[in-house]
Design a protein around this ligand. Structure first.
Ligand code: SAM
Length: 216
């Protein structure tokens, strides 16, 4: 983390100022950000990406997290107030990312989301790497439902197949559950999901069943 006030030259160590043209709120000044990035370049080397967190950026996705996880050195720029002076975009930014269609007060929480989502893709961060590979969005599907002990919670039982010890049946049930859940909640994801032959066949069956339910 870098304190932008360390890269100011006035007595008050200002990082924000009033907007040209008037209007409400303050704007983050360009120079402290430019100087901070210059300092990082001089001390840590040239970054592979300089990412500006902004509600106007492209949507941060699992695919983007995977892309960033493959880079060696990344700088995240956080705005506050009305945002950053537009020249920060032109001079420093290689990618502008939004964490969703809503506005929060500063870029710090969005940056932490990026750090967490990217960090858990770095080998060794999550204990069992298979659990990262199976997660929602990784192949364009939502995750299947998970259960742990006890078998019965207020009359709601764990599906029998998960207690059967039959690995093939468990794998198929999970694939089917992930497909059903994605179809119900986020059907548009299926347009780009990477399905194997078994999943394609299962999805075909699920859709046929759905059609016949809708007809009845
Ligand atoms: N005036 C800006 C606008 O309407 O686009 C919003 C500024 S917001 C209050 C202040 C800072 O929070 C932004 O500069 C950005 O760094 C961060 N921020 C707010 N919402 C965000 C989002 N959805 N994704 C990423 N960063 C966000």
């Amino acid at each position: 983390m870098h304190d932008l006030r360390d890269h100011t030259s006035d007595r008050h160590r200002s990082v924000d100022d009033v907007p040209y043209g008037g209007g409400p709120g303050m704007v983050m000044k360009a120079e402290p950000l430019v100087k901070a990035v210059e300092h990082i370049r001089a001390t840590r080397g040239v970054p592979d990406a300089v990412i500006l967190l902004s509600p106007q950026g492209t949507r941060f996705t699992q695919a983007e997290a995977a892309r960033i996880a493959g880079l060696g050195h990344v700088i995240l720029l956080c705005g506050r107030y009305e945002g950053v002076d537009e020249r920060v975009r032109d001079l420093l930014t290689t990618t502008e990312l939004s964490v969703g269609d809503y506005v929060v007060s500063g870029g710090e929480l969005p940056a932490l989301l990026v750090v967490d989502a990217v960090g858990r893709l770095v080998p060794g961060v999550v204990g069992d790497e298979q659990s990262v590979e199976d997660e929602s969005f990784v192949r364009g599907l939502l995750d299947y439902p998970h259960y742990t002990r006890p078998v019965d919670v207020d009359g709601r039982r764990v599906p029998d197949v998960l207690l059967s010890g039959h690995h093939g049946d468990v794998r198929r049930w999970r694939k089917r559950a992930a497909l059903t859940r994605t179809l119900e909640r986020r059907p548009e994801l299926l347009d780009h999901a990477e399905l194997d032959d078994e999943e394609r066949a299962l999805l075909h069956g699920i859709m046929k069943e759905k059609e016949s339910h809708e007809r009845d």
